[in-house]
Write a protein that binds this ligand. Structure first.
Ligand code: SF4
Ligand code: SF4
Length: 171
């Protein structure tokens, strides 16, 4: 796992490759675990090393991952765990992965340190765009600090791929 400070990232957009939902175990907090158990049953979760997880299928992918055409989508979108909402970014109060100056992000009078897991295929490297800095990344940070729940910029926009079918009638 390699973490890149956010100032080396031009933009990020989830391309629904599904890699993150296949490669990692998702850790749940107790409230998330309780909500998922109430709605989907305890068999959709797992325990280990004093932690609670989402269950993985035999191929290693998350039990809620499904495929639609060439996209991998989340079946738990309405109660997605915070670990999934924050992926691929790590938002920290200290520069744990180095590059303190490049990772620093000022937020509400404090300095946070933001890195991206470089295994995500939706990262574009370069100078950060205004939209990435002030909209996308800001939304991730608001979710991380508990100032926001809903995702807009920080999730895949599949609406563009669901164009209504237009039926043309020729008389
Ligand atoms: S967050 Fe990244 S790794 Fe995960 S599905 Fe989207 S593009 Fe792929
Ligand atoms: S809950 Fe959704 S986003 Fe999280 S790993 Fe499962 S399918 Fe992926």
């Amino acid at each position: 796992m390699l973490f890149t400070p956010w100032q080396y990232i031009a933009d990020w957009k989830c391309n629904t490759c599904g890699l993150c939902c296949k490669a990692y175990s998702v850790v749940l907090n107790f409230q998330e675990w309780l909500n998922i158990v109430k709605n989907y049953g305890v068999e959709t979760t797992a325990t280990g090393l004093n932690k609670l997880y989402l269950r993985r299928k035999s191929d290693g992918s998350c039990i809620f991952l499904y495929r639609l055409s060439n996209m991998y989508l989340c079946g738990l979108q309405h109660m997605k765990p915070i670990a999934c909402k924050l992926w691929p970014f790590k938002i920290l109060t200290s520069p744990k992965y180095g590059y303190a100056r490049e990772a620093a992000y000022p937020y509400l009078g404090k300095t946070l340190y933001v890195y991206a897991d470089s295994t995500c295929t939706g990262l574009q490297y370069g100078n950060p765009t205004w939209n990435f800095t002030n909209q996308t990344l800001k939304e991730f940070i608001e979710i991380a600090v508990g100032n926001r729940r809903e995702q807009s910029k920080s999730t895949a926009d599949i609406s563009l791929t669901r164009q209504p079918t237009v039926i043309r009638r020729i008389f």
